[in-house]
Design a protein around this ligand. Structure first.
Ligand SMILES: Cc1ncc(COP(=O)(O)O)c(C=O)c1O
Length: 416
């Protein structure tokens, strides 16, 4: 039998080009009525436009925070935060396991050790209990992901962190303008990172930002992330005090982001309504459970739709169920086991096993293990979980009805 060929991963519109079916998908993106005006301004200004600052100010105002620092993506936003926290190599950061590689890239770059907490049974996120089980004397911070836009239950996690003197920060990439007890995702801790990459709810070409109320952290993030760790010394010029980055948001990205910011609140309100409608319709199909929306969430800014299938009720597994959904007309539907970062990064297990720095002893204080076994609840959950990331602001009630009907058709065809 021919061996299946691995291919280079695709991103943005390229990754979505093959999708078909009647249901909406985010591409081509809705750009906002002022997008061309802002882009034109960048060109007319000969690159002197202050549009990045205006975007930062507007985003901070909308979020009700003191600082927004624009970056070229969430991966760099989180990398700069990791550098700004200035922990020691071998220090442990507890992190959500069901996520994107961008969540952990910065931790690895700083030689911190990611420790993946398990998820709460029946859902995609960690909780205070699963985080607590991972705390050691080397834990320095907790990095939380609000997967699909479902916000982690932050109050108990913040309480726990306070007890152990740990920093909490958020990867709010998938939850832009989502609300937890009336407060925005990304403002529920020390700092939050956002993504405006082409596929995200607030999609630009690339882009992201950090929000925080902490003046010192904000200044450090700008110093490391935008000034490459350099200060200007009198009668000398730039002197690099630390190894910094040039992670500045491009002007054209800021133009698109500013235009998107003007339409995003309406879009998120529509997404919230539609995802709740779709969840209710899907919940009526025996054997299918939409990913639960916790009561504390007053706005669900859903970046993707997720549901679990009960394997006892169907003759096919989640992989085949997802493939049949695609054939039936739900673009992008599928099992997403690869979201489990402790398994999707086999080099972590190799490095830990071979005691490659920082897993050498010291700086690590104990053995670390990765792979699917490190988070049994998350692994079991993803086995039967199906999502489609084509869910977007374009969904109307009739699209929700069509999507639910297609899921129902596939369910009946495969029912035991
Ligand atoms: C949870 C999460 N974190 C980080 C990232 C990386 O964001 P970016 O593409 O802006 O670097 C993504 C992108 O999909 C994500 O979903």
């Amino acid at each position: 039998m021919a061996k299946a060929q691995s291919t280079r991963a695709k991103y943005g519109a390229e990754a979505w080009a093959h999708m078909k079916g009647e249901l909406p998908n985010p591409f081509p993106r809705t750009m906002g009525p002022n997008c061309m005006k802002y882009l034109q301004e960048v060109v007319d200004s000969g690159l002197t436009s202050d549009i990045i600052g205006r975007f930062e100010q507007r985003f901070a105002e909308e979020y009700g925070v003191k600082h927004c620092i624009a970056t070229p993506g969430c991966t760099p936003a989180l990398a700069v935060m990791a550098a700004a926290f200035d922990f020691d190599p071998g220090d442990e950061i507890i992190v959500s396991p069901i996520t994107d590689y961008g969540t952990i890239q910065g931790l690895l770059k700083e030689n911190y050790i990611p420790v993946f907490a398990d998820t709460e049974p029946g859902t995609v996120n960690v909780n205070a209990e699963t985080v607590e089980a991972c705390i050691t004397d080397r834990t320095r911070a907790i990095l939380l992901v609000h997967k699909t836009g479902i916000i982690c239950d932050m109050d108990p996690i913040n309480e726990l962190a306070e007890k152990h003197d740990l920093i909490v920060y958020e990867d709010a990439c998938q939850a832009v303008f989502g609300e937890y007890k009336g407060r925005f995702a990304g403002t529920l801790s020390k700092a939050g990172g956002f993504s405006f990459d082409a596929e995200k709810t607030m999609g630009s070409d690339v882009g992201g930002c950090v929000v925080t109320d902490d003046d010192e952290l904000a200044e450090r993030i700008r110093f490391i992330g935008q000034s490459r760790g350099a200060q200007t010394k009198p009668r000398y010029g730039r002197q690099h005090l630390i190894n910094g980055y040039a992670y500045r948001m491009p002007l054209c990205t800021a133009a698109i982001c500013l235009a998107q910011l003007e339409i995003i609140r309406d879009q998120v309100a529509r997404i919230d309504k539609m995802v709740r409608l779709l969840s209710n319709l899907i919940a009526e199909i025996p054997g299918i459970t939409p990913t639960p929306i916790p009561d504390y969430m007053n706005v669900y800014s859903a970046w993707m739709f997720g549901m679990s299938i009960d394997p006892q009720q169907f003759t096919c597994d989640a992989w085949d169920f997802g493939a049949q959904l695609v054939d039936a007309g739900i673009p992008g539907a599928g099992k997403a086991a690869y979201y489990l970062m402790n398994e999707a990064c086999p080099f972590l297990e190799h490095n830990a096993r071979d005691e490659v720095y920082p897993y050498s002893m010291p700086p690590a204080s104990r053995e670390h293990h990765y792979g699917a076994e490190a988070t049994p609840t998350a692994t079991a959950f993803l086995e039967n979980w199906i999502r489609w990331s084509t869910f977007c602001e374009k969904y109307q009630p009739e699209d929700c009805e069509l999507a639910a009907a297609l899921v129902s058709q596939v369910a009946e065809r495969n029912r035991r």
